[in-house]
Design a binder for this molecule. Sequence first.
Ligand code: LHQ
Length: 261
Amino acid sequence: MSTQTILLDIADDVAVITLNRPDKLNAFNEDMHKELRAAIKQVKTDKARALVLTGAGRAFCAGADLGARDLASGEKLDLGALLEKYYNPLVLGLRRLPLPVIAAVNGVAAGAGANIALMCDLTFAARSARFIQAFVKIGLVPDAGGTFMLPRLIGLQKAMGLAMTGDDIDAETAESWGLIWKCVEDEALMDTVMDFARHLATQPTRAIGLIKRAMLAAAGNDLESQLRLERNLQRVAGYGTDYREGVAAFMDKRPPKFTGT
Ligand code: LHQ
């Protein structure tokens, strides 16, 4: 699929969605939200086994398009309605995808762009990339799940500091704080992420989807509920062909051939 604001490519069981408004640093507008939603649906339909999210040009995503017709008017707008219509379903759509979602943050990630990158299951960033909770600079509150993810990833003090100041954080610092999985040299970013995604796509991806569900549910569960969830998910995994294949391969001393089922 190739549309105006999103590029979608699926090969070797790996889907790559590229945010594609480079002259606006891939800022979200309505078209991009709609095309992104359709692309995510397509990824599910095509049964991709890993998804990579990246940006075209020098940025990952500069957040909401501040020049968009509705936002630029300066009129009193219900921004909550915009979140309800576009950003919240996007966040939930990525979280509920039963496959690993990997961000390749190729450049600056600001506002909702930063938080979408942090909502991915694993976030890689180019050394020159920056993460900016830009909201406060325009009198707004972090959205797209930022207030949920930041304290969980880096603790309350650092989360509060980033959100209240809107200061940049570079990729190396982001890695050292645990905000992202890995900082990679700029020129190696896409190869590193694609190799990683292709590798994951050969792994027991149904189990990986269940791992994702368990990890994400943990934040809202007490121990007993989480143990019950682990029991339920392990039951599902244990009925899968990948479990049988994994054990058989181990016993036969040969590499496993997982199918994601
Ligand atoms: C942009 C943008 C942009 C349009 C760069 N929009 N054009 C908000 C409202 C409503 C509901 C839902 O939720 C949200 C969530 C949010 O995301 S709020 C936060 C919105 N984002 C920002 O406040 C970030 C604004 N951008 C920046 O601070 C800078 O552009 C960054 C730090 C990202 C990059 O700085 P530079 O590398 O110096 O690039 P630049 O500022 O020169 O931008 C390049 C071009 O991109 C420029 O256009 P031009 O025609 O002059 O070349 C910018 O106007 C355009 N651009 N961000 N969000």
